[in-house]
Design a protein around this ligand. Sequence first.
Ligand SMILES: Nc1ncnc2c1ncn2[C@@H]1O[C@H](COP(=O)(O)OP(=O)(O)OP(=O)(O)O)[C@@H](O)[C@H]1O
Ligand SMILES: [Mg+2]
Length: 309
Amino acid sequence: MTWNPYYIGDGNPRDVELATPPPWRTFPRRTMAKEFQPPEGLVESVNAALHLRRPLLVTGPAGSGKSTVIEQVATELKLGDVLRWHITSRSTLTEALYRYDALGRIHAQRLGKSGGVDDIAPFMQLGPLGTALLPSTQPRALLIDEVDKSDLDLPSDLLDVLERGEYEIPELTRYKDDFVAIRQWGSSERHDIERGRVRCSQFPFIVMTSNGERDFPAAFLRRCIRYTMPAPTVPLLRQMVMAHLNIDIEEEGLLKVLVEGFAARVDGGESLAIDQLLNAVHVISGSLSPDDGRRQYVVEMLTRELSRA
Ligand SMILES: Nc1ncnc2c1ncn2[C@@H]1O[C@H](COP(=O)(O)OP(=O)(O)OP(=O)(O)O)[C@@H](O)[C@H]1O
Ligand SMILES: [Mg+2]
C-alpha cells in the first residue's frame, strides 16, 4: 500500500490535519540544549576553549551536530542567547562588527525627517561579532557558522580582531557626540559606545564550524582549539533517539536494525546526516507510519546518501 496519510494524488479537496511535527521542526524554534549528546572528546575540547579563552573550531560532515554544540554550552553556562553569524563567500568582517546605513541617513536629512537634528544612532546596528565583543560581566556565546565558505582573507582578518578583542567604528570616532547608543544584534537593547571604540572585557565563547572544504593557515589554526566530529557510534545514536523522541531502540527490533544499519553505512564511508536517521525513526514509529510493504521504501527515501542528489 502507498504511504499516503495526507496527500493521495486524486485532486479531490478534503480537510486534512497534519500530525504533531517532530520536536526539531516545531516553530518558533527551540534550543536543542537538552537533546544534544556530546560525542567522545567534545567536552574536553569545549572546556579547553573556555579555559584558554580561545575559539573552538568544529569540523565535520553535514548534519553531524556542529552548529548545535554551542546551544548546549550557552544554556548550561547561562551565557544568554547565542549570537549567530552565518558565513557566505560575500561575508565581510565589517558587517559582522556593525552595519551603517549611510544612504538612509542622508535621505532622512534631505527629507527633513530628523527635525533638523542629525542623529547617527538610528542608522547603525552592531553585528553578531560586534555585539559579542561588547564589555560584559559574562562572556557572550557566538557561533561563526560555516567559516570555510568565506572569502580567502576573512579568517586572517577575523583573527586580528579576536587577538585584540577590540574594534573601532570610524563613523563614530569622527562623530560630534562622545557617546552614542547603538542597537545590539538580536535584541532591541542599546549599548553606549564611547568615541567609536569597543573593547571586550570577557572574551566571548566562540564556536566556528567547518565542513572541511578548505584548509586554514597555521596561524589561524594555532589560535583555535580544534575538534573533529567522529562518526556516531550505535550507543550514541541510541542516546540521541532517546533524547529527541523518547524512544528506546533496544525495545523495538525494527528501530534497532535501522540504527545499526545507519551506523554501518556511515562507517562504510557513506555521507549521511544524523537528522536523516531521526526523520526515519520519527516516520516509522508514529501512528501514521507506513505499513510493512512500504516501510523499507520510505526509510530508503529518507536516508539517501548526501553526496548524490
Ligand atoms: N550529538 C547529537 N546529539 C543529539 N542530536 C544531534 C547530535 N548531532 C546532531 N544532532 C541533530 O542533528 C541535526 C543536525 O545537526 P546540526 O545542524 O548541528 O549539524 P551540522 O553539523 O551543523 O550540519 P551542517 O554542516 O549541514 O550545518 C540537529 O537536529 C541536531 O539536533
Ligand atoms: Mg550547521
